[in-house]
Design a protein around this ligand. Structure first.
Ligand code: DSN
Length: 414
C-alpha cells in the first residue's frame, strides 16, 4: 500500500516539507539536496536487513549481497579520498567522532579541538558533549582580528597539554586549514590528528579545497553536506595514520562495532556508495567549483551592502555574517529570512559579546542552491533579497512571493 493510503498524516507532512524545500532557498550551510538515485537506494529493501559485523564476518546469514554493497562503498571512498582504510557504518558525524575517541583515547586523556563559539563542532570537546564530559578537553580558538585559526595558540596549548588526540574541523569556519602546519604541531607531541571534514568533504572530493589526507592520521566526515549523499558518516585512516599505528583500522572498526553501534544501516551505506560514485564524476568537480564561486560571489555582494563577514570573506561553501552593524540579532535575521523564503541559521561569531543563545551572526551556505543550478547571476538577486529583508523587514512578504516564483525555475533534483 502506498504511503498516502496507509498513513495520510505522515504523507501530508512529507508533502508539506517537500513543498517548503521546493518553494524556498535552502541556505543552511550543512544542508544539500541529494540525487534521486541516492534517495532510491535509501528507500530500498536494504533497510530490512541486519548485518552486524563487517563484510565477510557477519553475525547474521543472508548478507552475500550486503557484503558486496558495503565493500563497494568502502572501495569507492578509499579511491575518492586516497586513504588506506574506511569504515562506512557510523550513523552520522557524531557517532563517527565518538568512535575516534574510543579508538584512540582513554577516559581522562587530554584532547583538543576548536571551541564551538569559534566555529568548532560540538563533538570536538565541548563541555556538554561526550568529548568534553569524558576527556580532559582543551579548546583552542581563532585570532581575534583575522578570525583565522590561531596556530601559535594551538602550538602553545599542544606543547603544554600534550593531547592524545587533536581535532581539526569546523561547522562555521569559512577559510582553508593549514593542514601541513597542523600535522607538524601534532607530530611534535605524538598526538593523533583527526580532520573532521564534514562540511568540506564535497569540496575536497571535487578538488577545490586542500585535502588533509597527507598530513593527518584520521579523517571523519558526514556524507550529506557538500558531499551530497544521504545522512551518514565515515571514518578514514590515512597512510600517515597507518604509519603511526598499524592497528588503527582495527581499533576504529572495533570502536564502531561492537563498541558503539549494532546493526549498520545498509540502505544508507548503499546510498553513500551511490553518492561516492557521483562525487567521483567530472560533473561533480564542476559542481564543487560552482559552490565556491557562488559563495565568493555572495560574500562580495553582501559586502557591497555593508555586511561584515567573519574573516572578511570565504574560501569554501559558507560565510558567517557579523550582524552587529545592522542592529539585528542572528535569531531575528534567521526568522525574517525564513519568512521571506531563505532558510539560514543563527550562529555565534568569534568572541561574540552576545552569548550563544542570542548570537550576533548568521551562517549562510551555497551547496544546496548550487545543486539547483543557481549561479553568480542568481546570487546577485539573492544577496539583494537578503539585504532588503534585513534592512526593511516589512518587505519579507513581498519577497516571499518573488522567491516562490524564482524557485520554480530551479527545481529540486527529481
Ligand atoms: N549540525 C551540523 C551543522 O549544521 O554544521 C554540524 O553537525
Amino acid at each position: 500500500m502506498k504511503l498516502k493510503q496507509q498513513d495520510s498524516q505522515i504523507a501530508k507532512l512529507i508533502d508539506l516539507e517537500t513543498d517548503r524545500q521546493k518553494t524556498s532557498l535552502q541556505m543552511i550551510a550543512s544542508e544539500n539536496h541529494c540525487s534521486p538515485a541516492v534517495r532510491e537506494a535509501l528507500g530500498s529493501y536494504l533497510t530490512d536487513k541486519y548485518a552486524e559485523g563487517y563484510p565477510g564476518k557477519r553475525y547474521y546469514g543472508g548478507n552475500q549481497f550486503i557484503d558486496k554493497v558495503e565493500s563497494l562503498c568502502i572501495e569507492r571512498a578509499k579511491k575518492l579520498f586516497n586513504v588506506e582504510h574506511v569504515n562506512v557504518q557510523p550513523h552520522s558525524g557524531s557517532p563517527a567522532n565518538a568512535a575516534v575517541y574510543v579508538a584512540t583515547c582513554q577516559p581522562g586523556d587530554a584532547i583538543m579541538g576548536l571551541a564551538l563559539p569559534m566555529g568548532g563542532h560540538l563533538t570536538h570537546g565541548t563541555k556538554v558533549s561526550f568529548g568534553g564530559k569524558f576527556f580532559n578537553s582543551v579548546q583552542y580558538g581563532v585570532d581575534e582580528k583575522s578570525h583565522l585559526l590561531n596556530y601559535e595558540e594551538i602550538e602553545k596549548l599542544v606543547k603544554e597539554h600534550k593531547p592524545k588526540l587533536i581535532w581539526v574541523g569546523a561547522t562555521a569556519y569559512p577559510r582553508f586549514f593549514d593542514w601541513k602546519r597542523l600535522g607538524e604541531i601534532a607530530d611534535s607531541v605524538g598526538a593523533y590528528l583527526a580532520a573532521d571534514i564534514a562540511h568540506i568533504a564535497g569540496l575536497v572530493a571535487g578538488g577545490v579545497h586542500p585535502s588533509p589526507v597527507p598530513f593527518v592520521h584520521i579523517v571523519t566526515t558526514t556524507t550529506h553536506k557538500t558531499l551530497r549523499g544521504p545522512r551518514g558518516g565515515m571514518i578514514m585512516v590515512t597512510k600517515k595514520g597507518l604509519q603511526k599505528d598499524a592497528e588503527l583500522p582495527k581499533k576504529i572498526d572495533k570502536a564502531v562495532f561492537p563498541g558503539l553501534q549494532g546493526g549498520p544501516h545498509e540502505n544508507a551505506i548503499a546510498a553513500i556508495a551511490v553518492c561516492l560514485k557521483e562525487a567521483s564524476s567530472a560533473p561533480f568537480k564542476t559542481y564543487a567549483k560552482q559552490i565556491v564561486r557562488n559563495a565568493k560571489a555572495l560574500a562580495e555582494e553582501l559586502k557591497k551592502y555593508d555586511f561584515n563577514l567573519v574573516s572578511g570573506g570565504t574560501d569554501n561553501h559558507l560565510m558567517v555574517i557579523d550582524l552587529r552593524n545592522k542592529n539585528i540579532t542572528g535569531a531575528e535575521a534567521q526568522d525574517l529570512l525564513e519568512g521571506s523564503g531563505i532558510s539560514t541559521n543563527k550562529n555565534s561569531i568569534p568572541y561574540d559579546p552576545a552569548g550563544p543563545f542570542k548570537p550576533s551572526g548568521l551562517r549562510i551556505g551555497t551547496a544546496a542552491i548550487t545543486t539547483r543550478g543557481m549561479k553568480e547571476k542568481e546570487i546577485k538577486q539573492i544577496a539583494s533579497w537578503i539585504n532588503e529583508v534585513i534592512s526593511s523587514p516589512k518587505s519579507a512578504k513581498k519577497i516571499s512571493g518573488e522567491i516562490k516564483k524564482f524557485c520554480k525555475k530551479f527545481p529540486l533534483p527529481i
